[in-house]
Design a protein around this ligand. Structure first.
Ligand code: NAD
Length: 265
């Protein structure tokens, strides 16, 4: 038995990056994991690639194609997970997007895209997971992906920062409203993590004249990180597995910073 063995978990945004690493770490500890993502082809490949890992841990793996802002698709993802694993214990709302723009150039389209997926997507994910947990008799864990950008502003990413502050508010408000159902809501705030997200962000930063070459932003951030380097997705997963486990049962409403000491808040 491990800290999460047998638990039924969903991780959104799990086709790559932090979400994939969260799901794989849970599988390693024997949790049953539904990898979910808007990229239908890639999420099926990720689930296939993890079949052996699941078998070795005595766990089950499945996947779902989902757009986190489409409530019906979110419900279908949860119903699929419950059909395969029998229940839902842990829901990671991790899917997120960024699209840097100079502050004065931010458009309604840019705002709605980022706030939609990062903010509304998080709220719908929390609501539908909670409905399932309540239907099961209560109890469960909802874990949201925040960011260092949910604690301070950064250059050229105002809607992203606003959306991640929203994630903190949803975590605190959800913790209050769902406590009576024995559902805890926590979050974690990565610093700078080397994932595929940065390939597009680097392109966007160059397009708006905020960077001259790929990797420049990460190099500049590294200088501000006490640990002296940006994170790998695996640097995040010890904490996420802890948040999914019984070891964190007395925590709710809190955001855990995992930023190598980049922000001291
Ligand atoms: P990523 O771009 O590598 O992966 C994000 C995944 O989310 C992708 O697979 C994408 O297909 C999926 N996705 C996007 N829109 C979706 C939607 N509408 N529905 C379902 N899935 C959708 O990003 P990442 O770096 O792994 O980031 C994961 C989370 O961590 C995000 O919430 C991000 O904001 C947050 N975060 C990242 C960093 C970082 O430096 N990488 C830092 C702090 C927080």
């Amino acid at each position: 038995m491990t800290r999460v063995s047998g638990r039924s978990c969903i991780v959104t945004g799990a086709a790559q990056g932090i979400g994939r690493a969260i799901g794989e770490a849970l599988l390693d500890e024997g949790a049953n994991v539904c990898f979910a993502d808007i990229n239908a082809e890639k999420i099926a490949e990720v689930a296939d690639a993890n079949a052996e890992r699941a078998a070795q841990a005595g766990a089950k793996v499945t996947h779902a194609a989902v757009d986190v802002v489409d409530r019906e698709q979110v419900r279908a993802m949860i119903a699929h997970t419950v059909e395969i694993f029998g229940r839902l214990d842990v829901k990671f709302n991790n899917a997120g997007v960024n699209k840097p723009m100079n502050f004065l150039d931010v458009t309604e389209e840019n705002w709605n895209f980022i706030m939609g997926i990062n903010g509304l997507g998080c709220m719908i994910g929390m609501q539908e997971a909670a409905r399932q947990m309540i239907a099961q008799g209560g109890g469960g864990k909802i874990i949201n992906t925040a960011s260092i950008a949910s604690r301070q502003g950064f250059d050229n990413v105002a809607p992203y920062c606003a959306s991640k502050w929203a994630v903190v508010s949803l975590t605190q408000s959800g913790a209050r409203d769902l406590a009576k159902h024995d559902i805890t809501v926590t979050g974690f705030a990565p610093g700078v993590v080397a994932t595929e997200m940065w390939e597009q962000v680097d392109q966007d930063l160059m397009e708006i004249g905020a960077a001259e070459r790929p990797g420049q932003a990460m190099e500049e951030f590294s200088a501000e990180i006490l640990k002296g380097r940006v994170a790998k997705p695996e640097d995040i997963t010890g904490t996420t597995t802890f948040l999914a486990s019984r070891d964190s049962d007395y925590m709710t409403g809190q955001i855990v910073m995992i930023d190598g000491g980049m922000t001291l808040v």
